[in-house]
Design a protein around this ligand. Structure first.
Ligand code: UTP
Ligand code: MG
Length: 489
């Protein structure tokens, strides 16, 4: 079972029922606020009952501070004090965090057995009264207003799965279509290029690592200046078609293309030529992500016009028609009323049909263009509700223009923070968050382990997504790519 995260998690259970063990297996140490541990800080040790009042004072302060920042907080106390428990629930509510209560239902005899083997057992009558209290409390919890009530009946069985599945890094020959067992293809979007002294070597190593890690392809952004959400303006961002030509020379099975190329940068005919060439060079492993462009600054800096939205969307439509006309068999004249070409002589011919992925989420026009002319529509959200809505709008447009929705694939851009385990995830969040509060950054980047992201990809597959274009802020070289192999299998 996946618990909400971030969340308030309140443990309830008698001594020796396994609360601290359960929490320690699932959460980072700083996320767990334990009355025993705070007795050891405010007092002489975890069993210093004289320090209880101070320990609980500290506990309340820490819980309030963490919840106020939207950070996951696990409250490790007996959990039987109803006033305190309801107070934490109210604090989570006002912080807008989901609230989870976890009741340990370890058999009484097992608690007694564990208690007896501890250095400082709880006196038998005290344990008996704790066990009785937890038993009577159990039905009340259902009505207390928790978002999730978890009963841990067998603590050992409830320990989490190993975080990352074993990673195969070499000799791996995936199915040609490279659909993972979660149901989606994962394409690596390379958006940062910390390539040091030897750009070509770095590109080659990263691309081979992506092939070895089972990615279905490599996508490059098409920007003239590095965009602020990815890096600094003086960091390198290479021209994608030139760069894809270099990647084509490597012996991989990857599909190669742009995500997305703006129609404002090159006349559509030139993009058609570049993509047809890449298709010929790669034996048909080319795709074209294409969009209306959005960043005025890079246009101005490079002397390119940046017309109003409406005109750029008109151009997007004409561009896709032009690509398809020039890639089609033969050299005959083309005239669809929007695009008129006296001939369509474009050699080399693409080695296979080139998928056109329309980037953007604008509901009125972009999704309509995707429905009418795209092989796929790339949405920039992985949020379940937003995605469900956008897919419904796309399907409506398909119906309106008489297109079979099965012919328009749904792809998404995913920008996750991926870590080996919870500690690694949060170290990465802390490293990348800049001035954004940690909880907000973690939520936006869906910060999690490989297992978390695999579960998320399975959910995306259920929503109709066929391909995830993923880019992480940690992609600094081939090792970082190899570490992502667990995402693609
Ligand atoms: P915990 O220390 O996790 O229990 O386990 P607790 O509920 O937090 O107890 P208090 O309230 O702080 O006193 C108690 C003992 O049981 C073992 C642990 O290793 C520890 O020695 N244990 C726990 C198991 O053997 N198996 C389990 O699944 C959980
Ligand atoms: Mg404990």
């Amino acid at each position: 079972m996946r618990l909400p995260d971030p969340a308030l998690v309140v443990l309830v259970g008698a001594s020796g029922s396994g609360k601290s063990t359960w929490a320690g297996a699932r959460f980072r140490a700083p996320e767990i606020v334990s009355s025993d541990a705070l007795r050891g800080i405010a007092g002489s040790g975890p069993h210093d009952l004289d320090a209880s009042e101070d320990a609980f004072g500290l506990l309340e302060t820490i819980v309030a501070a963490r919840l106020g920042r939207g950070l996951t907080t696990v409250v490790d106390t007996l959990g039987t004090d109803t006033v305190r428990r309801r107070g934490w629930l109210a604090a989570a509510r006002s912080a807008g965090l989901p609230a989870v209560v976890v009741v340990m239902e370890t058999p009484d005899a097992e608690c007694r057995r564990r208690n007896a083997t501890r250095d400082r057992p709880v006196p038998a009558p005290v344990l008996a009264s704790q066990l009785a209290t937890v038993r009577t409390l159990r039905p009340d919890l259902e009505g207390e207003g928790w978002d999730v009530v978890v009963a841990v009946t067998d603590a050992a069985a409830a320990l989490p799965d190993p975080v990352a599945e074993p990673v195969t890094r070499s000799g791996r020959r995936p199915a040609p279509d490279r659909v993972g067992s979660h149901g989606v293809r994962v394409v690596l979007q390379v958006s940062r290029f910390p390539w040091g002294e030897d750009p070509l070597a770095w590109l080659g190593e990263v691309t081979r690592a992506a092939d070895g890690a089972g990615f279905a392809g490599v996508a490059l952004m098409d920007h003239l200046i590095q965009i602020p959400t990815v890096g600094r303006a003086w960091e390198p961002i290479p021209e994608p078609w030139v760069t894809l030509g270099a990647l084509a020379a490597l012996d991989t099975e990857l599909e190669l293309g742009t995500l997305c190329t703006p129609v404002t940068f090159r006349p559509a005919g030139i993009t058609a030529k570049a993509a047809a060439t890449l298709s010929a060079l790669t034996g048909g492993r080319c795709f074209v992500g294409i969009g209306a462009g959005w960043w005025e600054r890079e246009h101005a800096a490079f002397g390119l016009p940046f017309p109003p939205d409406r005109d750029r969307l008109d151009e997007l439509e004409r561009a896709i028609l032009t690509l398809r006309a020039l890639w089609a068999a033969g050299t005959k004249a083309y005239d669809d009323g929007e695009v008129v070409l006296p001939e369509t002589t474009c050699y080399p011919r693409p080695a296979a049909s080139i998928p056109v992925i329309v980037g953007g989420s604008g509901e009125r026009r972009t999704l309509r263009i995707a429905a009418r002319l795209g092989d796929a529509c790339n949405l920039r959200t992985t949020d379940t509700e937003q995605l469900r809505h956008k897919v419904a709008v796309l399907r409506d447009h398909c119906a309106a223009v008489g297109r079979d929705p099965a012919d328009v694939a749904v792809t998404v851009l995913d920008l996750p923070v991926v870590g080996r385990d919870r500690d690694d995830v949060w170290a990465r969040v802390e490293r990348h968050r800049g001035r954004t509060p940690a909880a907000a950054y973690a939520a936006r980047t869906r910060a999690g382990t490989l297992a978390d992201h695999r579960a998320r990809y399975a959910e995306l597959a259920e929503l109709g997504v066929s391909t995830v274009f993923m880019a992480t802020p940690d992609l600094d070289g081939p090792d970082a790519v190899a570490d992502l192999a667990g995402l693609t299998a």
